[in-house]
Structures are given as structure tokens and as C-alpha cells.
Design a protein around this ligand. Sequence first.
Ligand code: ADP
Length: 163
Amino acid sequence: MLVYALYPGSFDPMTSGHADIAVRASALFDQLVVGVFETPSKTLLFSVEERVELARQVLAPFKGVRVEPYSNLTINFARQLGARVIVRGLRMGSDFEREFDMALMNSKLAPDLETVCLMARGEHQFISSSLLKEAAQGGGQIESFVPECVAAALREKYCKGKV
Ligand code: ADP
């Protein structure tokens, strides 16, 4: 039986930590959809179209992964895709409680879906989209935290004074 999985998130923008989770998850499941949530309750730098495009560029070399935007409840999008698994990434300390709460809520709302968390690699533990944006805005060297196309997109946003 084929197992489809959904890796949902804001991906504003996709970092090397996100990409690593997506690539590792794609090796575990028959098909992985990276779901870019259109309207998370946080201030966004990139539009949903930009976030999807960047994630597609980053993940283009990897088979079995596709990137799609979504705006409905994550569990409903997972069901729409025929996914049985929701993938999330866990950084030491910072993510556990929120991810645990979300997984418990989803298991109540959708007992047919399983949440699978992959541990962030050591070198990605401290990478977050929000810190990255702060660093980029201040002109910091962000190249080692994000794929090149994402670094270029961040430079363009901040250098051209678009934000
Ligand atoms: P959300 O708004 O849903 O938390 P994010 O884009 O911030 O969306 O994160 C998506 C998922 O990726 C979450 O499970 C988050 O814990 C995980 N994640 C975020 N940063 C990293 C990282 N550096 N390494 C591994 N996983 C990460």
C-alpha cells in the first residue's frame, strides 16, 4: 500500500532545516506533499506564491516531493490528498510543546491521521525563519542557513527596500 504524507508549514521562507526535513521524509514515504499554508497567524514576508515558488526551486532535484499551497484546515488538506501521515520537524526545546499540542489536537479531530516528527539535525537546530529574516534585514550573512535561491530572494526583499 502506498503511503502519502503531508509536511505542512508557513515556510516564510524555506530554510535549510525545512528542506532537510522534507528530503528525509520523502525517503520514508511514497509521496510527500509540502503544504504551504496561505494564511498563518504570523506576519509574513513572502506571499504564498513566493513561498511556494521558493520551496519548489529548493526541492526540485528530489523525486517524490511536490509543493502545494493550501488554505483549509491542515487535516482536511491531508485527507484531500489521501495522506495518512502529517510530518513535522522538531528542534531541541523550542518546538516540542507546540508540536505535541498540535499532534494531540489533530489526533482528536482526525484519528485516521498520524503525526510523525523528525528531529532537526544538529546544524539546523538554531535556524528559524523569523531569526533568519531579522539577520537578513540587518545585513547579516545568511548564506549558510538557506539554499542559495532563498538567500537571493531575501537579499532582494531587503536590499530593494520592499519591506
Ligand atoms: P509553522 O508556522 O507551521 O510552525 P514553519 O514554517 O515555521 O511553520 O515550520 C514548519 C515545520 O518545520 C514545523 O514542524 C517546524 O517545527 C519545522 N522546522 C522549523 N525550522 C526547522 C529547522 N531549522 N529544522 C527542522 N525543522 C524545522
